[in-house]
Design a protein around this ligand. Structure first.
Ligand code: NDP
Ligand code: HSE
Length: 440
C-alpha cells in the first residue's frame, strides 16, 4: 500500500486570522485530508511576542519569533503569511516563493504594493501565490472572477469591500452612536487593520479594488491613481439627509471599464445608494460585490467581509488548493496565477471622463446671499443643482446646506469644491459624497 503524502504548513502570524486558521483547520482536517489524499500538518508558527497569551493554545515547541525561519524551513511546503504589513511580509513571501514553496496570503496591502514582483517570483520558481482571503473576507470572489466567470469581460464591478467601514456606517445609522466608540468595537471584534486609518480612510478598500482590477483587467492600478475617500467625515446628519432623499450610505469600491474607449476607472468613496437596492441593505461586517460580466450579466456576492472565522474559511480554501496543486501538479491549472489571461492595454480614465451625481453638505453663515454665492460657484464650473435642503446647524449663526447635482464630471466637481472652500461664507470643509446610479 502506498504511503499517504504529508504536507507541512507554516503560519507566519498568529493573531485574529492565524488563530482562526489553526482552530478551523484542526477541526476540519480529517475531512480535508480524505478529499486531498494527503496529511496536513500545522508544523510551525511565527509570532512577534512569544509571551503573549492567546485564546487558541498550541504546543510551545511549535512557536518561534523568527518568521523567516518558518518561510525557509525545508520541511514546510505551504507558508501562510498572516502578519500584515509590507516589510517583513514581503521578505517572507519572496523567500518562500524563491524556494518554490506555495504562499497563502490575506495581505491585500502587500499584493497591491508588490503584486507584480510576487507573481513574477512565483512564476520563476514554480511555486504558487494564493490570496482568496485578501478581498472580501469569506466571499470567494477571487475564485469567482478567476474561475467561475472566466468566459467574461467585466464592464463593471462595484461593492462594499471593507467590513470595518460597513460595520461603523451601519451602527451610526441604526444607533446614532458616536463614531469613535463604534470604531473601538470594530477593533475589539477583530475586523479592523492594525492601522485603522487603512480602513476608515478608504485605503484598505483601495488595496482590494486594485487586486480585483488586476484580476479583471490585468493592470495594476495604484491607490494614488484612484479617487480614494473614506468615511471619517460622515456624520449622523448625513444619514438623515440621505434618508430624506431616499438613500442609504455605503463605502463603495467602483471599477468601471469602457470597452469602447478602453478606459478604466477605479475609485473608492462613500456613496448614496437608493434605499431599496440590495447593496444598500447589506449591513454590519458583511461585504457585497456586484460583478457584471458581458456574458453572464450581473451576479452578486454577499458574505462576511472580515473577522476570524470568515477569513479563516478563505485561507483554508487556499491551503486546500495549494495542497491540491502539490498533489496533482499542473492538473489544477486554472487556479494558478501564471495562467491569468493577459488583458492589459486599457488606460486610466482622466477625471473629466468620470461622470457622477453628487451630494454636497456645506456649513455656511446663515446670512442673505450665501445660497446665491454657492450657486454661482457651481454654475461657474457648469455643475447643475438638482435639489437643495437647508437645515439648522449645531454651529451658532450657521446653517447646513445640502445640495445634490445632476450628472457632472469629477474634474469640474473637484474645482467646485476647491472654490467653495475658499468662500468666506463657507465655514467648514465641505463634505462630498457620490450618488450611485447602478440600476441593479
Ligand atoms: P493581527 O494583528 O491580529 O495578527 C498579526 C500577527 O502577526 C500576530 O500574531 C503578530 O504576533 C504577528 N507578527 C507581527 N509582526 C511579526 C513579526 N515581526 N514576526 C513574527 N510575527 C509577527 O492581524 P490579523 O490577523 O487581523 O491580520 C493578518 C493579515 O490578514 C493582515 O494582512 C490583514 O490585512 C489580513 N486580513 C485580516 C482580516 C481580519 O478580519 N482581521 C480579514 C482579511 C485579511 P503577536 O501576536 O505576537 O503580536
Ligand atoms: N480590515 C478589513 C476590513 C479586514 O474591515 O474589511 C478584511 O480585509
Amino acid at each position: 500500500m502506498s504511503e499517504i503524502p504529508v504536507i507541512k504548513i507554516g503560519l507566519c502570524g498568529f493573531g485574529t486570522v492565524g488563530q482562526g486558521v489553526w482552530k478551523h483547520l484542526t477541526r476540519s482536517r480529517a475531512d480535508l485530508e480524505k478529499r486531498l489524499g494527503a496529511r496536513l500538518v500545522l508544523h510551525r508558527v511565527a509570532v512577534h511576542n512569544l509571551r503573549k497569551q492567546r485564546l487558541v493554545k498550541i504546543p510551545a515547541a511549535r512557536l518561534t519569533d523568527d518568521a523567516m525561519a518558518v518561510a525557509t524551513d525545508p520541511g514546510i511546503q505551504i507558508v501562510c503569511e498572516l502578519m500584515g504589513g509590507t516589510g517583513l511580509a514581503r521578505e517572507v513571501t519572496l523567500a518562500a516563493l524563491r524556494l518554490g514553496k506555495s504562499v497563502v496570503s490575506a495581505n491585500k496591502a502587500l499584493i497591491c504594493a508588490h503584486g507584480a514582483e510576487i507573481f513574477a517570483t512565483a512564476r520563476k520558481h514554480g511555486g504558487h501565490f494564493l490570496f482568496e482571503a485578501s478581498v472580501a473576507g469569506g466571499i470567494p470572489i477571487i475564485k469567482a472572477l478567476r474561475e467561475g466567470l472566466v468566459a467574461n469581460r467585466f464592464p463593471r464591478i462595484y461593492g462594499i469591500l471593507n467590513g470595518t467601514c460597513n460595520y461603523i456606517l451601519t451602527q451610526m445609522e441604526e444607533q446614532d452612536a458616536p463614531y469613535e466608540s463604534i470604531l473601538a468595537e470594530a477593533k475589539r471584534l477583530g475586523y479592523a487593520e492594525a492601522d485603522e486609518a487603512l480602513d476608515v480612510k478608504g485605503w484598505d478598500a483601495a488595496h482590494k479594488a486594485a487586486v480585483l482590477a488586476w484580476l479583471a483587467h490585468g493592470v495594476w492600478v495604484k491607490p494614488r491613481q484612484m479617487v480614494v475617500e473614506g468615511i471619517d467625515r460622515i456624520t449622523p446628519a448625513d444619514f438623515k439627509n440621505a434618508a430624506t432623499l431616499g438613500f442609504g450610505i455605503k463605502l463603495l469600491a467602483v471599477i468601471v471599464r469602457d470597452f469602447d474607449t478602453d478606459e478604466l476607472s477605479v475609485r473608492v468613496h462613500p456613496t448614496l445608494l437608493p434605499e431599496g437596492s440590495v447593496i444598500a441593505n447589506v449591513n454590519g461586517v458583511y461585504n457585497a460585490i456586484s460583478v457584471t460580466g458581458d456574458v453572464v450579466g450581473t451576479t452578486l456576492y454577499i458574505g462576511r467581509g472580515a473577522g476570524q472565522d470568515a477569513t479563516a474559511s478563505a485561507v483554508i480554501s487556499d491551503i486546500a488548493d495549494a495542497a491540491s496543486l502539490l498533489r496533482c501538479g499542473r492538473g489544477a491549472q486554472l487556479i494558478a496565477d501564471e495562467t491569468l489571461p493577459a488583458r492589459n492595454g486599457c488606460k486610466l480614465a482622466p477625471p473629466e471622463h468620470i461622470l457622477c451625481r453628487y451630494y454636497l453638505r456645506l456649513t455656511v453663515r446663515d446670512q442673505p446671499g450665501v445660497l446665491a454665492r454657492v450657486a454661482s460657484v457651481m454654475a461657474g464650473h457648469h455643475i447643475s443643482i438638482a435639489s437643495v435642503i437647508q437645515n439648522p446647524s449645531e454651529t451658532a449663526d450657521a446653517a447646513s446646506l445640502v445640495l445634490t447635482t445632476h450628472q457632472s464630471h469629477e474634474k469640474a466637481m473637484r474645482s467646485t469644491l476647491r472654490d467653495l472652500a475658499r468662500l468666506a461664507s463657507v465655514i467648514e470643509v465641505p463634505v462630498l459624497l457620490r450618488i450611485g446610479d447602478f440600476n441593479d
